[in-house]
Design a protein around this ligand. Sequence first.
Ligand SMILES: [Fe+2]
Length: 255
Amino acid sequence: MEPNWLERTFHRVKLPCKSLTSGVRILHLSDLHASPVVPFSLIEKAVELGLEAKPDVICLTGDFVTDASPFDQSEYARILRRLSSAAPVLATLGNHDGGPWASSVGGLKDTSAIDGLLHASHIPLLHNRSEVVRVRDQSVRFAGVPDLWSRDVDGDLTFANVSADDPAILLAHNPDTKDALADRPWDLMLSGHTHGGQVVLPIVGERFVPVRDKRFIAGLKQWNGRQVYITRGVGSIDGVRVNCRPEVTVLDLAS
Ligand SMILES: [Fe+2]
């Protein structure tokens, strides 16, 4: 049951930027992992739960699929368009979305399938670049990078238009990306990748921790005057979750 037992979580995140005057609500979804063990029905339920919270902006932080199994792009895009027709959506890719790492484990050779899915879903990809989203009378800059394991993360390109006075929210699949971009002007990083540990056993702890910094597995973390939110994500690799429900994350930003 647990892999389908979605939990919607709410978090208040205070940012030091004075430009946020009325608050901004972000829906953060990650690790949808459409596959034979993660049906579209679960992904659509997560989308519905998220939209019920009436977000101002929606962030998707990668791993749209698990492997190279064919998927119904038009059905997947129909579900994701429910997001893009409700609010501005921004996306980054994960390690399973194609490239040398995915290819090395039998996954997608390149990102073209997911690029096509996002295009059909009217969702822009933040690939080493940033974009400003207007929320009521406020401007919020979102920066996004490719997956850390792709070795394509380019801080110069990504933050070319971001000044230290204009802090950005960084979208990066793998929470270890914080170290690679430690000298860049971001205040909050949104990540997934860990699935919250996916199987969390008493005493032993998390069983799925594909990160170097084992402190960053789930939840809101403080780090060197910045914050990192790691969502447990929606899907899973093998359809198993224990003490680690799939998550639909709602973040309320305030200055
Ligand atoms: Fe994942």
